[in-house]
Design a protein around this ligand. Structure first.
Ligand code: SF4
Length: 373
């Protein structure tokens, strides 16, 4: 999503004469487009801002100027801290306001201090963006949905991207046609919760992702379709049928099932259980097209008891790498377990569930293990 957002920011700034530069030292404006899903995101940002401070000072010493902007979810969540710790930053903008970049650049050239835009604006960003530029390759991203209303206990998205919003079907089809005309042959539809898509159709009624994929598959020259990332709760019959019927729709699906324990799923506030997601998986298998795919299973968030620690799903082919949870989420605020506890779980993940025997006790009430597998 951030890669797509960065290209759209370039589209917004192009009428002002900005074009992508090869390195920060050559640039009149540097935008750090940040992601807040990992815990260390903000520390990485501040370390990068420290390096850019020297670049900016060098430019000013030579009589020039460099505008420094921080965009994305870290900007949304920590705008005040950014301006306090890095007063050399000129613009702080959240992910829903980058259509206002030209106005912010103009204000930054007049204002002393940073220009901050981290409110969720009333207007939809996608209604105010210029046409997407031609894709640099045969594959292209296309955002169809943003934000999330689900509030999983470990996730920052609802706080940084805001409420769920789906683009109208006509706008998505128009952008897809432009991308194909520009050379794209594969389009990946993006959304924080992409299969919760419910865009307004030409008849004024809401359409789901399955129906949207059918509309997109009719565009001549568009050979492949993908989408990411999905939620088990929002997989419906229409989407499964689209996988069955559309040769353009690739038989891969990133589906974060998170855990094989109902109790952990409830603690995560996921809104789905093991039984209904397994039933969905069986249904997909019967339809015969969608497999294999790489499910994500985040374990131990928040695992209050060792015995209830999450178990892999029966059809999990592999485990993803562990990742720490952002600290300003309900799960992130819980007490961390000892490092040896986390190491033990990582070892268990590597060896496989069946061969695992607890190696650091079986009672960890109150602990939260951060990671995914
Ligand atoms: S459904 Fe996905 S995006 Fe929404 S809160 Fe849960 S993990 Fe985050």
């Amino acid at each position: 999503m951030n890669a797509y957002d960065s290209t759209r920011m370039a589209d917004v700034l192009a009428p002002l004469g900005y074009a992508p530069a090869g390195a920060p030292e050559e640039a009149d404006m540097v935008i750090l487009n940040t992601c807040h899903i990992r815990e260390k995101a903000s520390e990485k940002l501040f370390s990068e801002l420290g390096r850019l401070r020297a670049t900016k000072r060098g430019r000013e010493a030579a009589g020039g100027r460099m505008v420094l902007a921080v965009a994305g979810c870290v900007a949304q969540a920590e705008g005040a801290e950014i301006t306090a710790r890095a007063p050399w930053v000129d613009i702080v903008l959240g992910p829903q306001t980058y259509h206002r970049l030209p106005e912010m650049v103009a204000r930054a050239s007049r204002a002393a201090g940073a220009v901050i835009e981290t409110d969720f604006p009333a207007e939809a960003k996608s209604d105010h963006l210029p046409e997407a530029s031609a894709p640099p390759s045969v594959t292209a991203f296309l955002t169809v949905q943003e934000g999330c209303d689900k509030f999983c206990s470990f996730c920052v998205v609802p706080y940084t991207r805001g409420a769920e919003h789906s683009r109208p079907v006509a706008a998505v089809l128009a952008e897809a046609r432009r991308l194909v005309a520009g050379g794209a042959r594969e389009i990946t539809l993006l959304g924080q919760n992409v299969n919760a898509y419910h865009g307004e159709g030409p008849d004024g009624r809401s359409r789901g992702l399955g129906r949207l994929l059918r509309d997109l598959a009719e565009i001549p020259g568009l050979l492949r379709l993908r989408y990411t990332t999905s939620h088990p709760r929002d997989v419906d019959e229409e989407l499964v049928a689209a996988h069955r019927d559309l040769p353009q729709l690739m038989p891969f699906l990133h589906l974060p099932v998170q855990s094989g324990s109902d109790r952990v799923l409830a603690a995560m506030n996921r809104g789905h259980g093991v039984a209904n997601s397994s039933a969905w998986w069986s249904g997909c298998g019967r339809r015969g097209r969608t497999s294999p795919f790489p499910p994500t299973s985040s374990w131990g968030i928040p695992a209050r008891q060792w015995r209830n620690s999450p178990r892999p799903w029966p059809w999990c082919g592999r485990w993803d790498s562990p990742w720490p949870i952002a600290s300003n989420t309900p799960s992130g605020l819980e007490r961390r377990p000892p490092a040896r506890h986390i190491r033990c779980r990582r070892r268990r993940r590597t060896r496989g569930w069946r061969s695992f025997r607890p190696c650091c006790g079986n009672s960890r009430t109150g602990s939260t293990v951060h990671g995914s597998a």
